[in-house]
Design a protein around this ligand. Structure first.
Ligand SMILES: Cc1ncc(C[n+]2csc(CCOP(=O)(O)OP(=O)(O)O)c2C)c(N)n1
Length: 575
């Protein structure tokens, strides 16, 4: 934060002062889904427009779930917190799932909501509509408080700057999360003449938690002595500089990296030490396991870990303290920023003479061989299915991987097969929150495009996830704000995840035996590709496996050359 720099701006009311403050704090966008509580802000934005102030830019998002998912998408790409505002209790309720996603993904978010007017008469902004009584709750934030780091109500103008800065400080402090502020209409509408603020406090960055040196030394000693170390990560690439730090550590020790349910590019998938996405084959034979930013590094009920293994966890909150139960064994829990901790670990490990250790070279060669064999098997799986009709997920994923350019951003909600795409560049891949509230993918992809208007963004979603994404609202935003993205629907006509779990639980059960899986069918399958057409986009239904590549080319041409959003409705087989 810079030195205080007082400035005074003329304003007519608190809402105008609030916008001036958001502008001073560097907000580029204001994602809003308005209601009768927004009057003072709607008017303040009109004043901003008349004065040529283009930040924050108001973005109308006609469903709150999409608004929060978009904000999530911008932040996952840039690290910068976003502001969203919804309408009272009802708007807050509509985005609860997206807030749960953001909270569990440690997205710093300044979430705000109008509040129904407090008074029944006597103040500007007092209740004057039927809904103003029923839209009051005893505790508006209560419905989502478990997923917030902080909540408050703006009670007066005097506190405006202090309250907003406190919200931003708390949201951006590690572990990052959501600050929620309610804004009563009378407070926003209250007449003012001027607003004095500190214009220098414009930036709220992610702090870098420094690991405790004593713990680092112990971890380095364990790793340096390991015969068969293993590193598992899920989201260490949240800070994009952690990718290079992880490569450096992996090369220093010849430590294999498994990305389990990765939410980011954590480690380049073409690096010879990348050993795929399933830790199961390695857990039994590893003697030191380093878990970096992974809430679930393996499934204890399904995977056997070497009982002698020494286990180290690293992360900004290695205990995942907000999860009610999570008991992976840990000899050491190092609280620290991933990039900082991995870099420090690499240099600490070198003090143990690893550069001269002949085991490292042998291990690296063995890893390379295993890596190559994995890739060959994955390639063979896709090629063996390339003629299958309905289309195979592996084949579709492989074709998407081929169609990607170096800087394409892939936003995946469940169905893409990670084994079939190369994910190498930091920040080029994102996956859904560990909380998995469906519908995130399309909105997050729109946010990614907003953050990177010069890059191609592809969202891969199931037909189920697509329905949950509130397609009409998402496509409307895409068309209105010129955010062309490609959405590929892996359309298997069902909620495959529900079918698979049922089969897994009862392999010889009624559903598995009869092939009837009630409550998981999405047939008859509508012409999803027509929805985007209604918004001026490019839609295509793809049924034949040989059409996948040309269809991707056509859709990407629409996105890249014509600036139109596109949807490919790809008819896929059920697993
Ligand atoms: C809001 C919400 N409701 C329900 C679920 C439970 N759920 C998890 S995966 C899934 C099915 C997703 O279907 P689809 O996107 O078509 O992918 P598929 O499972 O067919 O591969 C469901 C319903 C969820 N995660 N989120």
């Amino acid at each position: 934060m810079g030195e205080p720099r007082e400035m005074t701006v003329p304003v007519e009311n608190t809402a105008q002062a609030y916008l001036e403050l958001l502008r001073a704090r560097g907000f580029e966008y204001f994602f809003g889904n308005a209601g009768t509580d927004f009057g003072p802000l709607v008017d303040a934005f009109a004043k901003f427009e008349a004065e040529g102030k283009d930040r924050p830019r108001p973005i109308t998002v006609p469903h709150e779930f999409v608004a929060v998912s978009m904000a999530h998408g911008v932040t996952m790409c840039t690290g910068r917190p976003q502001v969203v505002m919804t309408h009272t209790i009802v708007g807050t309720a509509n985005c609860a799932g997206a807030l749960i996603n953001a909270a569990r993904a440690n997205i710093p978010l300044f979430m705000t909501a109008g509040r129904t007017p407090l008074v029944e008469s006597g103040l500007l902004g007092a209740r004057d509509l039927y809904i103003h009584w029923a839209q009051e709750a005893y505790d508006q934030a209560g419905m989502i408080r478990e997923f917030l780091k902080w909540d408050y109500e703006l009670r007066n103008f005097v506190q405006l700057e202090a309250v907003v800065d406190r919200a931003l400080s708390i949201a951006t402090a590690e572990p990052q999360g959501i600050a929620y502020l309610t804004l009563p209409r009378e407070v926003l509408a209250e007449p003012q003449t001027e607003f004095r603020l500190n214009a220098a406090r414009a930036d709220f960055r992610r702090e870098r938690l420094q690991p405790e040196p004593g713990l680092l030394e112990r971890a380095a000693a364990l790793l340096a002595a390991a015969e068969s170390p293993l590193l598992i990560t899920t989201s260490s690439g949240r800070g994009q500089d952690a990718v290079e730090a992880l490569v450096n550590l992996s090369e220093t020790l010849a430590i294999p990296v498994v990305e389990f349910n990765p939410t980011h590019v954590n480690f380049p998938s073409n690096h010879p030490h990348h050993l795929g996405f399933d830790p199961a084959p390695f857990l039994g034979r590893s003697d030191v396991i380093l878990v970096v930013e992974s809430d679930v590094p393996w499934f204890p009920s399904r995977m056997r870990v070497n009982p002698q293994a020494r286990i180290i966890h690293v992360g900004v909150d290695p205990l995942f303290a907000r999860y009610p139960i999570r008991t992976f064994s840990m000899e050491l829990a190092i609280r620290g920023d991933a990039a900082t901790t991995l870099t420090a670990l690499a240099s600490e490990v070198k003090r143990h003479g690893t550069t001269q250790d002949p085991r490292i070279g042998h291990r690296s060669a063995a890893l390379r061989a295993e890596h190559d064999a994995q890739r060959e098997a994955w390639r063979a799986a896709a090629l063996s299915a390339q003629g299958d009709s309905p289309i195979d997920f592996d084949w579709l994923s492989r074709c998407i991987g081929e169609a990607m350019e170096d800087d394409t951003i892939l936003v995946n909600e469940y169905d893409l097969r990670l084994t079939q795409v190369s994910r190498n560049r930091p920040g080029a891949f994102f996956s859904h929150s560990p909380a998995g509230c469906l519908g995130w993918g399309v909105g997050a992809a729109l946010g990614a495009r907003l953050a990177h208007p010069d890059r191609t963004v592809i969202a891969t979603v199931g037909d189920g996830a697509y329905i949950f994404s509130v397609p009409t609202a998402a496509h409307w935003v895409s068309a209105t704000y010129d955010l062309p993205i490609l959405v590929v629907i892996f359309n298997n006509g069902c909620w495959g995840a529900v079918r698979k779990t049922t089969e897994g639980l009862f392999p010889k059960g009624w559903a598995a035996k009869t092939g009837v899986f009630p409550l998981s069918d999405l047939r008859p399958s509508p012409a999803y590709e027509k929805i985007v057409e209604a918004h001026g986009g490019y839609g295509e239904r793809v049924e034949k496996p040989e059409d996948v590549r040309p269809a991707l080319r056509r859709a990407l041409k629409a996105v890249r050359e014509e600036g139109r959003q596109a949807v490919l409705n790809v008819i896929c087989k059920r697993d």
